[in-house]
Design a protein around this ligand. Structure first.
Ligand SMILES: NC(=O)C1=CN([C@@H]2O[C@H](COP(=O)(O)OP(=O)(O)OC[C@H]3O[C@@H](n4cnc5c(N)ncnc54)[C@H](OP(=O)(O)O)[C@@H]3O)[C@@H](O)[C@H]2O)C=CC1
Ligand SMILES: O=C([O-])C1=[NH+]CCC1
Ligand SMILES: [Mg+2]
Length: 813
């Protein structure tokens, strides 16, 4: 994606941003902008029309004040930082590309997760490229102060190493004390420069899964830096695993064969040699014939460039090994025959026993082994006439009948009655061209299509030919097609909304489809499922829900909500995408130089837990030890919270609960194995049981509804609420909220953005922010309330201070 610096866009963006009040401080840097910007400024099109660029080039920071008054923007909103020539590219790269990225995000209402990710990685790419370019040109960048030059180099290196695991530069205790120090240095109050700003802007349309975008800037005078975190949050319901398979030749025209029986024979071992080497010492010479060569195997080779079994012949015989040679040299081995088969081919012997399952690209399976070569006469080294020509003849190669059966390995299978529009849907989302016609069974074989995304990943979707009632009894296309469903990770039930073609009501269609699959194989019911109602353009009114199911109404024919469907296929929970992704840009205070930009995800994970640890340390009494900790949630924040909370307190036990028990177990073994957490970590199957008698409860879920109730908790319990970051999301119920003494990392954010606080009517009940807590030291935080609650929403200052620490550790390492 190439962005031009588009001035009208930029101006529109600047005014839009400033007018929305979403950004309190916008820091822009301009320096020796001889090219692009001077031109633009001359045309008086840019928002700072009368800046004298030459003057700016030599300007000291104090003279900026003068410029400010000439700029046609509210001076208290925009600050300019001038600097020397060397920083220009940085400014352009980080400042403007960043602005442009923001602009695109604000402006484009069709943005979805992929384009956002693309924007972020493009931003990162550009900053990285610029850093390297600047490094190369650094001897031409006059006016650069030496320290800056070295930090520039470090930045370039860090940018280039962006994917290296810098998390190891963060030590829990060090981060906790750094953040505590920074909070303390704020003198107990969050100044306008320390922004709690995290306004989430919704970026996708109502019908699709929602994504949010936030930008969080902060200026930390004590660390002489400022920075910004760009964050996207993309929660979703549907889970499906993308399997990345290149579809290159899959759409081949050859006859589609998904089952074959063939005879395979390994090559025979070659006979041993019978050569004799004459020698004056022995009358009959010395036997020197080498062993015979091994016969070749017949092997199957899994290849993603093969689409079906149609190319296989009915029989194969591998070449035999050759005769052993003189001087004990073994005979040439027979070459193996490699039969390319599609990924997902299952091979059985003639008795139906499974010999192998070719799931991985390039995996091989020997289906008929070649015979060993016979021994050459040199092995029979008894001298004398009689045994001179003794040798082995070589073993016969194995010979058997085998069956190869192909099972589709699509990530997602489209399942529906004939004519529900599955083929049309596959055509709409991929380049596959299954036949489409308005009579049932147009599709006689499963078509595969690759749904391609901007990040170059693909999800393979199979159009499974129409099921009919009784398919499990082999009616219609019956079993032959049901087996293709076996390998799909997720199923999408496609319901027909067209009164003319539908067999029965959408609700009944869903019921019958489920029933057919269940009768064929009950395990099908464990598959991840989404439901779409197709041909929504043909009905006047369609209820978007169906007996408690979430149904996405689409029209494959007209492309209605097809983007949403593509997003649905690739929504987060089981894809490689985290639900939150972010980038942190860190700038130097006085000159506005970009110091570094970092992957924000590890920062978010660590700093959030560090903040919770600080809050917990202060809100529980100093003497209290051997407490019971409960963590609700099993993902990034759950892991980091266990690590950080155990760094400041000893717990008797840690109880862990989440919706998905498997995830809890994985989380526990990760913590034990990777982080040597010695405190007993105990999985719980009920949140209520886990919370009973617990001392500290941490909620780190993406739930939109309460996961903890006040009635479960004992008096004096401390609750650290980390999830529910939207005004309409909850993790705690009213009883808990109304009986708690409430604290927050930022009172301002909590009032504006915490669903728990807003919806329980607690906006006026927040006692103070974390700066005050840290400042005040020990006191009775509970007062007359039953519980103590710390509401965390996350602040830019936490990210910027953490990035600063990481960078400092990096350059001193
Ligand atoms: N305060 C702050 O500064 C920050 C807060 N957060 C918030 O912390 C929370 C966790 O973040 P992270 O670990 O990165 O998120 P992930 O998306 O990685 O994990 C989400 C977790 O929430 C659970 N979950 C999802 N939906 C529900 C539900 N409906 N009911 C119960 N549990 C559910 C999942 O459980 P399972 O796996 O069992 O399905 C999973 O353990 C989020 O709400 C996030 O917004 C994040 C960063 C900073
Ligand atoms: O501060 C942060 O990064 C977040 N707060 C809520 C979700 C992410
Ligand atoms: Mg069809």
């Amino acid at each position: 994606m190439e962005w031009q610096l588009n001035i009208s866009k930029l101006n529109k963006f600047l005014s839009a941003v400033l007018n929305t009040g979403q950004f309190d401080i916008l820091k822009l840097g301009f320096a020796n902008l001889n090219e692009d910007l001077s031109e633009l400024a001359n045309e008086e099109q840019l928002y700072m029309p009368s800046i004298d660029l030459d003057e700016l080039n030599e300007m000291s920071v104090s003279s900026l004040l003068r410029i400010k008054t000439r700029v046609h923007l509210p001076t208290d909103i925009v600050r300019f930082y001038a600097s020397t020539e060397g920083s220009v590219a940085y400014r352009l790269s980080s400042g403007f590309i960043f602005l442009q990225a923001l602009y695109e995000i604000l402006e484009d209402d069709t943005l979805n997760r992929e384009s956002l990710n693309e924007l972020q990685s493009d931003l990162v790419r550009r900053v990285t490229n610029y850093s390297q370019e600047i490094l190369q040109k650094s001897n031409r960048t006059g006016g650069q102060v030496p320290e800056f030059k070295s930090s520039l180099e470090q930045t370039a290196i860090m940018c280039a190493e962006r994917n290296t695991d810098y998390e190891k530069l963060i030590k829990p205790k060090e981060l906790i004390s750094t953040l505590e120090g920074v909070l303390g240095s704020l003198d107990g109050k969050i100044t306008p420069d320390i922004q709690p700003l995290r306004h989430f802007m919704e970026i996708t349309r109502e019908t699709g899964p929602s994504g949010y975008f936030a930008s969080m800037p902060a200026h930390i005078p004590s660390l002489k830096c400022f920075g910004v975190k760009i964050l996207t949050l993309y929660p979703s319901k549907f889970i499906c695993l993308p399997i990345t398979i290149q579809m290159k030749n899959l759409a081949s025209k050859s006859k589609f064969v998904d089952w074959v029986r063939l005879s395979v024979t390994g090559g025979n071992g070659g006979p041993g040699g019978t050569m004799v080497q004459w020698s004056i010492d022995t009358k009959y010479g010395v036997p020197c014939g080498g062993d015979g060569g091994r016969g070749g195997d017949v092997r199957m080779l899994a290849s993603r460039s093969v689409s079906n079994l149609g190319e296989l012949k009915t029989g194969y015989k591998a070449p035999d090994g050759r005769l052993g040679k003189k001087n004990r040299i073994p005979g040439t081995h027979g070459e193996h025959i490699l039969l390319p088969v599609p990924l997902g081919t299952v091979v059985k012997d003639g008795y139906g026993n499974i010999m192998g399952d070719l799931l991985k690209e390039d995996s091989e399976l020997v289906v008929a082994r070649g015979g060993d070569g016979g021994m050459g006469n040199h092995n029979y080294s008894v001298l004398g006439k009689k045994y001179r020509f003794e040798r082995g003849l070589g073993d016969l190669g194995e010979n058997r009948w085998i069956e190869a059966e192909m099972k589709t390995i699509a990530a997602v299978g489209l399942v529906g009655f004939p004519n529900a529009g599955k083929s049309t849907l596959l055509r709409a989302i991929s380049r596959a061209r299954p036949k489409v016609a308005s009579y049932p069974f147009t599709t006689l074989r499963p078509y595969l299509g690759a749904v391609e995304y901007l990040d170059q990943s693909q999800i393979i979707v199979a159009d499974i030919p129409g099921l009919i009632q009784g398919a499990h009894l082999n009616k219609g296309l019956g079993h032959s097609f049901l087996r293709h469903i076996e390998r799909c990770t997720a199923l999408v039930y496609v319901l027909d909304l067209d009164q003319v073609t539908m067999k029965c009501s959408p609700g009944e269609q869903l019921m019958h489809l489920r029933e057919e699959l269940r009768l064929y194989q009950p395990e099908f019911m464990n598959k991840i499922v989404a439901v779409v109602a197709n041909k929504v353009d043909l009905v006047d009114e369609w209820e978007y829900s169906l007996e408690g199911e979430n149904v996405l109404a689409i029209s494959a024919e007209n492309g209605l909500y097809i983007d949403e469907f593509r997003i649905l296929l690739k929504s987060n929970e089981a894809t490689s995408y985290p639900s939150h992704s972010s980038t942190v840009l860190l700038y130097e205070n006085v000159t506005g130089q970009l110091i570094t930009q970092l992957d924000g995800d590890p920062i978010t994970n660590n700093r959030t837990a560090a903040i919770s640890a600080i809050a917990m340390k202060h809100l529980t009494s100093k003497e209290s030890n051997n407490l019971v900790l409960v963590v609700l949630g099993s993902s990034n924040q759950a892991k980091s919270h266990v690590r950080y909370l155990t760094a400041v307190k000893d717990f008797k036990e840690i109880r862990m609960w989440s919706r998905n028990a498997d995830n809890v177990n994985k989380c526990i073994s990760y913590l034990q194995q990777t982080h040597n957490i010695n405190t007993p970590l105990i999985p719980y199957s009920s949140a209520e049981e886990a919370c009973t008698d617990a001392d500290v409860i941490v909620t780190v879920t993406l739930s939109k509804d309460p996961v903890v109730k006040g009635s479960w908790l004992k008096q004096g319990a401390v609750i650290i609420c980390v999830g529910a970051c939207r005004p309409d999301w909850r993790e705690l119920d009213d009883e808990l909220m109304l009986n708690s003494a409430i604290y927050a990392d930022s009172v301002q954010s909590a009032k504006a953005e915490s669903g728990d606080i807003i919806l329980s009517g607690s906006t006026d009940r927040i006692e103070c922010d974390l700066c005050h807590i840290v400042k005040e030291g020990e006191r009775d935080w509970r007062g007359d309330n039953k519980f103590i609650l710390f509401k965390s929403l996350g602040m830019a200052i936490q990210d910027v201070a953490s990035a600063h620490l990481i960078y400092s550790n990096y350059i001193s390492k």
